[in-house]
Structure formats: C-alpha cells, structure tokens
Design a protein around this ligand. Structure first.
Ligand SMILES: NC(=O)c1ccc[n+]([C@@H]2O[C@H](COP(=O)([O-])OP(=O)(O)OC[C@H]3O[C@@H](n4cnc5c(N)ncnc54)[C@H](OP(=O)(O)O)[C@@H]3O)[C@@H](O)[C@H]2O)c1
Length: 325
C-alpha cells in the first residue's frame, strides 16, 4: 500500500481510504453494524490507514461504529471526520429534512466547537487527525470558520484542516486565513469535473491533497451492479438516474473493454478503478466505501497496482466510447 502526505500537515495516509458513509445506514437502506465493524478492522489489517466519516452519516451512527472498530488501534489510523452539517441548531442554510428534524449547513465558530466535542465522544478519541468542512454555506465568513479550525488545532483537538464540496474560489478564501491540507470532492472515471475546471491542478500547485469520493460510483464500477440488481427502500441508488438500466449496460460494456488490463494485473474491476483513480495527477487518495470485510479486503488491493501510461490512455479511450449519461 502506498502512502501520500495530507498537504502541509506532516501526516501521511494510505492512498486508499475507507469511506464510512454507507456504514451509517441512512440513505443506504440501513446498516449491519457487526459487518461494518469487521469491514473497518479488515481494512486496517489490509494496510488502509485512512478512515473517513462524518457526523451526518447515520446522524452519529457511522462515527460511533468507527469509534468502536478502532478501539485499541487508534494509533494505526488517520481519522478524518467533518463538520458543518448540523441538526442541533437552525442557523445557516437549510439543507434537508432528516429523521432528527431539519438539517442545516452551518460553519459558525460555536457550532464547530460543539460538533468537535460530539465527534470526539462518538469516535472514542481525544483527537481528530483531519477535520473537513463538509459542505460550504453562505452565512458565515470563511475566515471565521478557518479561525475556529486553527483554534482547535492549537488546542490539539485536530491535526489537519480540510474542505469538501468546495470550489477553487472558496478554497482561496479559506487559504487567506490559514492552510488547507485536503480537498475532498466527488471524482471518478465518469465524473471528471475536477480535471475540467482546473481544481486538481490548483490543489497540486498549492500542496493540497485531494480525496476522491464515490470513486466506484457507489458500486457501479465494481461490475457487480447487474441489470437486474434491485436496491431496498431508503437506498439512494434506487431510482437514481446513474443506476438506470441504460447506464448499467454502458458501464458493464466499459468494464468489459477494460478486462484485458485488469487481467494483466490480476485485478478486479473495482481494484482497477481504484488504481486508475490514484494514478490521476493531483488526485492523491481514493475514499472507497465498504460494508463488509470482503469488500474492504478487495478495495485495499487497489492501492498496490501501478498502471502504465499506455494502459491509462487505453482506459481514457474506453471511457470516452462508453460514457454514460
Ligand atoms: N464529502 C462528501 O460530501 C462525500 C459524499 C459522498 C461520499 N463521501 C465519502 O466517500 C466515501 C466513498 O463514497 P461512496 O460510499 O459514496 O461510494 P463508493 O465508494 O463509490 O461506493 C461504495 C459502495 O459500493 C459498494 N462496494 C464497495 N466495494 C465493493 C466491492 N469491492 N465489491 C462490490 N461492491 C462494492 C458498496 O455498496 P453495496 O455493497 O451496497 O453495493 C459500497 O457501499 C464515503 O463513504 C464517504 O466517506 C463524501
């Protein structure tokens, strides 16, 4: 497993990270806690040191499961969580209505200080290695948010600062007040916004690590979402346009074209996708969701493979041929 730095923080983490969104259950049709704990522990056994969660994933449940899974192994992991999606206050921008009531995007200083204490308790730790602003909002000056994060850093409660769902201008606004170590954004073979808009290049120039989220397109790029696979009530993939019959067909055809490359390296489609993701210049880490030990073990295997320039070019051509809507 390769490791890369998290910006200027002095922290290094495995290029494959375990994403703990699905483990929280909400929007993913529920969770199997025992399998989730085992998935996290297997990920660590397989060399994954980066774990990414958030308070809003299952409204605290994902953080609690992560806390349970890493008990006694805290020093083996780089623990990343987030702040700024809240249900304890009605300040900021209304985001959605969830099981605990209205949920807001809010990055005010007092709210961040409240949230960190909740996260530390749920994660059963005295420090968060990376705290990321989960979504950006319009009611708080970014300078205030950064100052709050710097205070937490000075107090030893967090070690690095990240942002998510942020554009280049917003990153620049944070940087005026303090260093940004990580930018976490949606990115996959099928979602190349960061390359088109120059954000990957910007982060590279500014020494900011970039985490890809949903790099497997929520399972589609593993090749295991067949034409007839159904999703339960409450799973966001049910009824999603990305998961339409036509798109599934296109993606399975794309993967079929990639089979010779996968076979040459002895990789599954999911592992090939992960290897491709972390081979993109400026894209430093892939956060990959896993709900059970088998998935965690398989996904960790994508962190060792190195693709050639020629193979990367072939993948690019195949993506262009089969690009879904
Ligand atoms: N900052 C943000 O706003 C944001 C947004 C989204 C995600 N994220 C982060 O990024 C992480 C990853 O994104 P994601 O969970 O949306 O999507 P993903 O990693 O692209 O897909 C994860 C899902 O794919 C399936 N899967 C994973 N490994 C597999 C394997 N080896 N074989 C077959 N199926 C497999 C699993 O679902 P099934 O088993 O149910 O099929 C799993 O839940 C999240 O957990 C979270 O940490 C952040």
């Amino acid at each position: 497993m390769r490791h890369r730095p998290l910006g200027q923080s002095g922290i290094e983490a495995s290029v494959v990270g375990l994403g703990a969104w699905a483990i929280g259950g909400f929007n993913w049709g529920g969770t199997d806690e025992e399998a989730a704990v085992a998935a996290i522990q297997t990920a660590i056994d397989e060399g994954i040191t980066l774990i990414d969660t958030a308070p809003v994933y299952g409204f605290g449940l994902s953080e609690e499961i992560c806390g349970k899974a890493i008990e006694g192994r805290r020093d083996e992991v780089v623990l990343a969580t987030k702040c700024g999606i809240v249900w304890h206050t009605q300040r900021g921008d209304h985001f959605f209505d969830g099981p605990p009531g209205p949920v807001y995007r809010y990055l005010g200083r007092d709210s961040i200080r409240y949230e960190i204490e909740q996260s530390l308790r749920r994660l059963r730790t005295d420090r968060i290695d990376l705290l990321q602003t989960h979504w950006q909002e319009a009611t708080t000056r970014r300078e205030e948010t950064m100052e709050a994060l710097l205070e937490l850093k000075a107090e030893g409660k967090i070690r690095a600062i990240g942002v998510s769902n942020c554009d280049v201008q917003q990153i620049g606004e944070y940087e005026v007040a303090g260093p940004v170590d990580v930018d976490q954004e949606r990115f996959s073979m099928l979602d190349r916004r960061l390359q088109r808009n120059g954000q990957l290049a910007y982060c590279r120039e500014h020494n900011i690590a970039v985490f890809a989220y949903s790099p497997l397109e929520q399972g589609l790029l593993t090749g295991k979402v067949s034409a007839d696979r159904g999703f339960p009530e409450g799973d966001l993939r049910r009824g999603s346009a990305r998961f339409s019959a036509e798109n599934r067909q296109r993606i399975l055809a794309l993967l079929e074209d990639l089979k010779p490359i996968a076979d040459r390296h002895g990789l599954t489609y999911g592992q090939l996708t992960i290897a491709w993701t972390v081979a993109q210049p400026g894209l430093t880490h892939a956060l990959v969701g896993a709900r059970n030990p088998q998935q965690a073990k398989e996904n960790a295997g994508g962190g060792d493979a190195q693709l050639t320039e020629d193979e990367l070019a072939q993948i690019e051509e195949a993506v262009a041929r089969h690009k879904p809507q």
